[in-house]
Design a protein around this ligand. Structure first.
Ligand SMILES: Cc1cc2nc3c(=O)[nH]c(=O)nc-3n(C[C@H](O)[C@H](O)[C@H](O)COP(=O)(O)OP(=O)(O)OC[C@H]3O[C@@H](n4cnc5c(N)ncnc54)[C@H](O)[C@@H]3O)c2cc1C
Length: 100
């Protein structure tokens, strides 16, 4: 409401056509600058970890250390939010568990 310039206390039936059009334009073309991250406490997924080059993708066994298996966040795999990270954790966990 602050960006639209419309008085937030204005009754909805008092909003003019021009104000409605302005609000619509604002919603469809909202621009903002990212100034920082929320920090580790708010992090959703971590980048970095055990390189996938060091892991057998068929079994999740370490190529370097015998009888060591990896799954999920410990691996250097990260994806966009939307279930992909949970899928990575579940799929690699299943494989590691099966092969252990
Ligand atoms: C707020 C938030 C929102 C998210 N939203 C999404 C999303 O929308 N979509 C998506 O795909 N991913 C999302 N993720 C990421 C996803 O949840 C993780 O990638 C996934 O849960 C990783 O699974 P994991 O089993 O590897 O690790 P974790 O789920 O972190 O499990 C590790 C477990 O090990 C336990 N543990 C730690 N140390 C020890 C120890 N020394 N001894 C015994 N147990 C220990 C912990 O208590 C924990 O239960 C989100 C993450 C966060 C934090």
């Amino acid at each position: 409401m602050a960006l639209s310039g419309i008085d937030p206390d204005k009754p909805i039936n008092a909003i003019s056509k021009a104000e409605r059009k302005g609000l619509l334009g604002l919603l469809k073309n909202l621009r903002f600058s990212i100034e920082g991250l929320e920090g580790f406490d708010q992090a959703i997924v971590t980048a970095g970890g055990v390189s996938v080059k060091e892991v057998n993708p068929s079994t999740m066994a370490s190529k370097l250390v015998k009888n060591l298996y990896f799954a999920g966040e410990i691996l250097d795999v990260d994806a966009l939010t939307g279930g992909y990270n949970i899928q990575i954790a579940l799929s690699t966990g299943y494989l590691a568990g099966k092969n252990i």
